[in-house]
Design a binder for this molecule. Structure first.
Ligand code: FEC
Length: 286
């Protein structure tokens, strides 16, 4: 049976001029405040996207490596940028695929994240069989890859993930539980006794988001006497704005101000061990 993979990622603007349209897509028709837009443009400028967009380049490298590993076509679909998820599904169908695995480059399920990818993909795979991967947060290769990056460290490990509006908890969303399961599994595999979890990257949408936020959490840790912190962002797999700005700039500055040392693990990106893990997930779903 002709198979293909639609590999989905959040997407990122290619250049500064793209940021307003990108932000409008994220907001999904809800108003964009000029101050928040200006702030976002500035963050992307300082990230250096005029030179290249880290997330889009990493996603393409991941796609190409996964295609080589699997020997079947892999198409990239972006949630908030081009090529859109529906275009990737169209390319898979044009290539003759009758069975498509939909895999998101985000390990944890939430109705406010993974479901959005599914909602874009499902109507676009018309006629083909869709095998959509809902979550892969305890995938052994993923857990081991992260564990290998914290093993042997004496620092207090802080696992992080993107925050979401707190209302998801009322709806029984598994997001937070899955994040804690990954953190527990990674800490266990690495033999890390001293660890905690916090959220990051909260958006100014005017409603309560899940906490604690990493910036507040660093203060709590400092008050407990912690001086060395190793951040392991379990909710993400690539170097992008939420890593290179929210952790490498904001959290780093906060830690410095508190007299703490903060380091971050390398992200999986297109590490061969990570590509093999993604390939395992795909193969199991075919
Ligand atoms: O490097 C890049 O250019 C893109 C980085 C990026 C990733 C990412 C991942 C997640 N988000 C999630 C949820 C939300 C919710 C809102 C929201 C808003 C933004 C904004 C930017 C942005 N997100 Fe994002 N997210 C990335 C970038 N995200 C930029 C808008 C400005 C800002 O708030 O900073 C709020 C939407 C609204 O306004 O209503 C909710 C989740 C993930 C992790 C899962 C995934 O990757 O899909 C969850 C990467």
């Amino acid at each position: 049976m002709p198979d293909a993979v639609v590999l989905m990622a959040y997407g990122s603007p290619e250049r500064i001029a793209d940021v307003p349209a990108y932000y409008a897509d994220i907001r999904g028709g809800r108003p964009v405040s000029p101050e928040h837009l200006a702030d976002l443009v500035e963050r992307y400028r300082r990230l250096g996207i005029e030179e290249s967009s880290p997330l889009n380049a990493i996603t393409e490298a991941t796609r190409a490596a996964l295609e080589r590993e699997l020997g079947i076509p892999v198409f990239t679909g972006m949630k908030h940028w081009t090529p859109h998820i529906a275009d990737a599904a169209g390319s898979a169908l044009d290539a003759g695929a009758s069975r498509i695995v939909g895999l998101v480059l985000a390990p944890h399920y939430s109705a406010l994240s993974i479901k959005g990818y599914r909602d874009q993909l499902e109507p676009a795979v018309d006629g083909a069989e869709l095998r959509f991967v809902e979550s892969w947060h305890l995938e052994p290769g993923f857990v081991e890859l992260l564990a290998s990056r914290i093993r042997g460290s004496d620092a207090h490990v802080v696992f992080t993930a993107h925050s979401l509006p707190a209302r998801i908890l009322n709806a029984g969303d598994p997001y937070k539980d899955q994040l804690l399961e990954t953190s527990q599994a990674v800490a266990g595999a690495a033999g890390a006794g001293d660890w905690s979890f916090s959220f990051q990257s909260e958006s100014p949408t005017g409603e309560p988001w899940l906490g604690p936020d990493i910036l507040d959490h660093l203060e709590e840790l400092r008050a407990r006497g912690v001086e060395d912190v190793l951040v392991c962002p379990v909710g993400f797999v690539s170097d992008h704005l939420e890593i290179r700005w929210d952790i490498d700039v904001e959290a780093q500055e906060k830690a410095r101000g508190l007299g703490m040392r903060l380091e971050r693990v390398e992200m999986p990106n297109d590490d061969p061990a990570f590509i093999r893990t993604l390939a395992e997930i795909v193969k199991r779903n075919l």
